[in-house]
Design a protein. Structure first.
Ligand code: PA5
Length: 500
């Protein structure tokens, strides 16, 4: 290409705020997550607005649910095991174990060009969310030494979260000719999506790397049982353990997430510190000072008042990834017995030109939660244009940056949507920092646990997820499912099809 046509990013437009290197311990905390629920109350043009008195009335009930959690009580068992390990596990991880995770991650990272995190649901979303929240949008395209400040991490890919042959093969194309390492994560060890892609990858790795393949595969699974545990034993893979008492979607701060995140050069110690700081706030503060209790109570009241959809909107493409994790955490935990809010993660302002119309003016069944990033990594200035044909010179003349506009768009949306009948709340995340993300994870895990108890069911199981698996296995002719397969086929064949 003609060199003259290459885009040069010349100084003046962008001021990069220095990110703290992942491997250096912070000596100060970057700030607390804040929750603002002002716009939850007395929403105009809302058929049934929520008042502060409603909140006062629900407070004792919400507090009671938190107390139950703290006493390890309530409807929290899966196959007899109370699934509350996530509340204390991150704090109980021994320093030696964290060192073992970091050492294993470092030694794998040194050997490879690309790392594949293989899993679905809780064995996938939290890891991807934390990674994408804290790294460059186009991380894999950067030269390795620029990918993190600690010597560079390998390219990062995620697989096993769907059965799309094009997506899988396109990802394999990216891995061609590279030295790769894999972390296969499955608590049950039998999840089809993960197992099928692992079989494909394992096959390719064994053909390419021979006996070395086993040293490049790390399995995270049940301590004793399951197909993956057995395979790992036979092949001699290094393994990490999914704790018995932690469900998938609550597991990012266990071996499930910590190993992969360490390979990605994320400061896992500070992630845990963020969780711990928020846990203290939640377990010690009274109702009106307690972010998880207020968040859970506001959502519960909104649901009771007919808000069946929660739009979780962010002003940051990075933080939007956390909304994607929440899209799993909340519906998988709340969607039981005909109840639960649908969660719609949205990147604003992009979605303000799409579902924004519905939020402002559609059916008044929406609650809106803003995940507001307070300080972006960069400041982006708007240049003065000599002709000012677009009439935007007033912005740089008033020292307004893209950051300011981004912020004002969020404030404008919160104001307009409130007036339009949408109760909303804002969670402010001070910066794209691992300590902040640890706080957010903790707040959401407590909130959804309280919410499940308030709704009157067990938020730690997901029996509904089994139905599609059963039908898929039956249709695929899995041994043991023959009778069910016949039944489904007969039923499907018997239906009059309407196809045009
Ligand atoms: O939250 C959950 O429990 C689920 O989303 C699981 O994590 C998901 O189904 C993956 O299960 P597994 O780790 O057993 O492969």
């Amino acid at each position: 290409m003609d060199k003259g046509l290459q885009l040069e990013i010349i100084g003046g437009n962008r001021t990069t705020r220095k990110r703290t290197p992942a491997c250096i311990l912070r000596i100060h905390s970057p700030g607390e997550i804040k929750l603002d629920i002002t716009n939850i109350f007395d929403t105009p043009n809302c058929p049934s607005p929520i008042s502060k008195d409603d909140m006062e009335r629900i407070a004792p009930k919400a507090v009671e649910q938190l107390e139950k959690l703290k006493r390890s009580e309530g409807n929290c068992r899966d196959k007899g095991i109370p699934m509350l390990g996530w509340m204390n596990h991150p704090l109980d991880i021994k320093r030696e174990h964290l060192d073992e995770i970091r050492n294993a991650a470092g030694s794998l990272s040194d050997k490879i060009d690309a790392f594949v995190s293989l899993g679905i649901g809780g064995s996938y979303l939290g890891i991807e969310a934390v990674f994408k929240t804290l790294t460059h949008t186009y991380q894999n395209q950067l030269p390795r030494e620029e990918r993190s400040k600690c010597g560079g991490c390998p390219e990062i890919y995620f697989l096993g979260q769907n059965l799309d042959p094009d997506y899988i093969l396109d990802t394999l194309d990216m891995l061609r000719g590279k030295r790769i390492g894999v972390n296969v994560i499955s608590k049950s060890g039998t999840t089809t999506e993960t197992a099928v892609v692992f079989r494909i990858l394992r096959n390719l790795m064994e053909k390419s790397f021979g006996g070395d393949a086993s040293r490049l595969i790390i399995a995270t699974t049940d301590e004793k049982k399951g197909a993956l545990r057995k395979l790992a034993g036979e092949k001699g893979y290094k393994t990490f353990v999914v704790p018995d008492n932690i469900g998938g979607r609550f597991s990012v701060l266990s071996d499930v997430g910590l190993f992969g995140l360490a390979v990605m050069d994320i400061d896992i110690g500070n992630l845990i510190s963020g969780f711990t700081a928020m846990k203290r706030r939640i377990e010690e503060k009274e109702f009106w000072q307690n972010p998880a209790l207020l968040h859970a109570a506001a959502r519960y009241l909104a649901y009771q008042r007919g808000k069946k959809i929660e739009v979780i909107a962010s002003n940051s493409a990075a933080i939007y990834q956390i909304a994607r994790w929440m899209e799993q955490l909340f519906p998988e935990s709340e969607g039981h017995h005909g109840k639960g809010m649908w969660v719609s993660p949205s990147m604003y302002t992009e979605k303000l030109h799409a579902n924004g119309q519905m939020v402002q003016d559609g059916e008044r069944n929406i609650l809106e939660t803003f995940l507001l990033l307070e300080k972006h990594d960069n400041v982006l200035n708007i240049p003065i244009a000599p002709d000012d044909l677009d009439g935007l010179n007033f912005l740089p003349k008033a020292d307004k940056t893209v950051n300011d506009l981004n912020r004002l768009a969020m404030e404008g949306a919160a104001y307009a949507h409130y007036l339009g009948g949408v109760p909303n709340m804002t969670i402010t995340i001070p910066e794209r920092d691992v300590f902040c993300i640890g706080q957010l994870i903790c707040m959401m895990e407590y909130s959804v646990a309280i919410s499940g108890y308030l709704l009157g069911h067990n938020p730690f199981i997901q029996p509904g997820v089994e139905a599609y698996k059963k039908a898929m296995f039956a249709l695929a002719g899995k041994p043991g499912y023959e009778e069910e397969g016949e039944k489904i086929k007969k039923e499907l064949d018997g239906r009059e099809r309407i196809v045009v």
